[in-house]
Design a protein around this ligand. Structure first.
Ligand code: SAH
Length: 495
């Protein structure tokens, strides 16, 4: 199994920088053992003008068969009971299949994540790339290969079916395609595309598809999968047609798309309104007033281990970090892009060890139960529920109040009655393009009351921002506190 990655350069920007970006020295051939065989990385050419890195995976067919059998649930061809000989005589050694993708994730781990300590700015930038995969098993043929790589920013996508035997064209084509990609892309983006699309085209995964494959897919698909016209085919094939996982991935991609389309501009309308108020001093933006109210409520609850669910760009996480009372802070969001912005804001990579130990950012969807979220003092959902479609709200309710069950839960959401005071907001509009609903005070109280009853919490309401005598405050906050009986039960369970 074989692929090459080439780039061109000049004396100022030598092509051999590719070695830094791949974390593999151009003058050395290197060997890695992966779970399915031995991977070699070497450079057939390495000059300032042109540099080519080759990845070759020598598959150990016997190990492959053993693996398939040992697990007992491998879905690969090699596991078929009637294929005794085929297990040992197959195309694996030559074809660039899903196994090559697994090898890439081992050998090019840092390059896939887009990090390069030696040349961070080069890793961020695009470079002229040429990628060649001489034998790509492609179920769906050259046309599908073009359909998958076509929308991804390459200036040339050349996919040609390899004939079964060149001497006998009448035999037709094999199931292999010779693929050449050329274009100006970030190396990490190109590698992530291959990492996902090689197994998608191979369509025969050789390892068990675990639920964390959804996370892997979303991570590798960051920046290109959410808008891909073949998203459904990619997702379902990548996840070996496991429908439950596929649906979960599609749903999360939809959220990513929405979160990204609104350009992370949650605070703009809030702030626009503050400019219309009539004070001499700089008005305090509503988002800041919200954070102040949240910090006060957390303080009142005596919370020190806190979840920020739907943390967005991490403004609240940042405020929590400034207060030593909060010993453990976990920010969760479905949008990788938001988390990337958050981690830059917090300067996570430059943070001292003790500070860093207090904070974690993790990707996840709040409409799925998540064991990692159990056992915290408090959870904050600041301006998050209105981003979910109403029919998904019960799932979030269960994940937070039924499964994670922190002692205190704070939920803030816009009060739609206040919208008439928003001079910049056209009548009948919600405050933000991605809001699926905005509630009146009565509607919010009704929902919160039911949630509290169903899950053993008490609930109180706190206005945030100027509490208008007619229409109430711009933001409404519910403070849920687990009732004593439930807390005892929780302690008993923990003991
Ligand atoms: N809490 C922040 C951000 C609010 S914007 C603040 O108060 O400023 C809403 C955030 O919720 C977005 O970052 C969006 O990506 C996230 N979000 C929406 N649906 C989600 C879901 N199902 N799971 C996790 N996060 C979600």
């Amino acid at each position: 199994m074989f692929l090459t990655i080439s780039t061109t350069g000049n004396p100022e920007r030598p092509a051999t920088d590719l070695g830094f970006l791949l974390h593999k020295h151009p003058e050395k051939a290197q060997t890695y053992s992966t779970s399915h065989g031995t991977a070699h990385v070497f450079y057939p050419e390495a000059s300032a003008e042109r540099c080519t890195a080759a990845l070759l995976l020598e598959v150990d067919p016997v190990a492959l068969v053993r693996k398939g059998k040992g697990k007992g649930k491998g879905k690969g061809r090699s596991g078929a009971p009637d294929a005794a000989l085929a297990q040992y005589v197959n195309d694996r050694p030559y074809a660039a299949s899903s196994l090559l993708s697994v090898a890439m994730s081992t050998v090019f781990k840092s390059a896939l994540s887009g990090t390069c300590r030696a040349m961070p700015e080069r890793a961020e930038a695009t470079l002229p790339l040429r990628i060649e995969v001489p034998a790509l098993p492609a179920r769906g043929g050259a046309e599908l290969v073009r359909g998958l790589f076509g929308p991804l920013g390459w200036s040339r996508v050349d996919a040609v079916a390899v004939p079964l035997d060149e001497r006998f064209p009448e035999w037709g084509d094999s199931r292999y395609v010779r693929l050449v990609l050329e274009g100006e892309l970030r190396l990490a983006d190109a590698l992530r595309q291959l990492y996902v699309l090689l197994p998608v085209l191979d369509d025969a995964k050789h390892y068990w598809v675990a639920p964390d494959e959804v996370d892997k897919l979303l991570r590798a698909g960051e920046g290109w999968l959410a808008d891909h016209p073949e998203q459904k085919l990619i997702t379902s094939r990548y996840l070996a047609r496991r429908w439950g996982l596929t649906r979960q991935a599609m749903e999360r991609l939809e959220l990513v798309r929405l979160a990204e389309s609104d350009d992370l501009d949650v605070e703009s309308v809030d702030n626009a309104v503050d400019e219309t108020t009539d004070t001499e001093e700089r008005p305090v933006p509503l988002a800041e007033q919200r954070r102040t109210a949240i910090l006060a409520a957390l303080d009142g609850a005596g919370a020190s281990r806190v979840l920020d669910l739907g943390c967005g760009q991490g403004q609240l996480v940042q405020a929590l970090l400034k207060d030593v009372r909060f010993t453990e802070i976990v920010g969760v969001d479905v949008s990788m892009r938001a988390l990337t912005v958050a981690s830059r804001r917090l300067k996570l990579d430059r943070m001292g060890e003790r500070q860093a130990a207090r904070v974690t950012l993790q990707q996840g969807s709040l409409t799925y139960t998540d064991k990692r979220l159990k056992g915290y003092d408090a959870a904050v959902l600041s301006e998050v529920i209105e981003h979910l479609d109403l029919p998904r709200l019960p799932a979030l309710e269960y994940a937070v109040f039924g499964s994670a069950r922190p002692r205190t839960v704070l939920v803030t959401t816009p009060n739609v009655e206040y919208n008439v005071r928003w001079e910049t907001l056209p009548a009948g509009h919600v405050r933000h393009g991605d809001h699926r609903f905005e509630w009146t005070r009565a509607e919010f109280r009704d929902w919160a009351g039911q949630v509290a009853r169903r899950h053993g919490y008490g609930v109180e309401f706190v206005p945030v921002g100027p509490d208008d005598p007619e229409v109430g405050p711009p933001t409404q906050m519910a403070v849920f506190t687990m009732t004593a009986a439930d807390e005892k039960e929780k302690e008993a369970k923990a003991a």
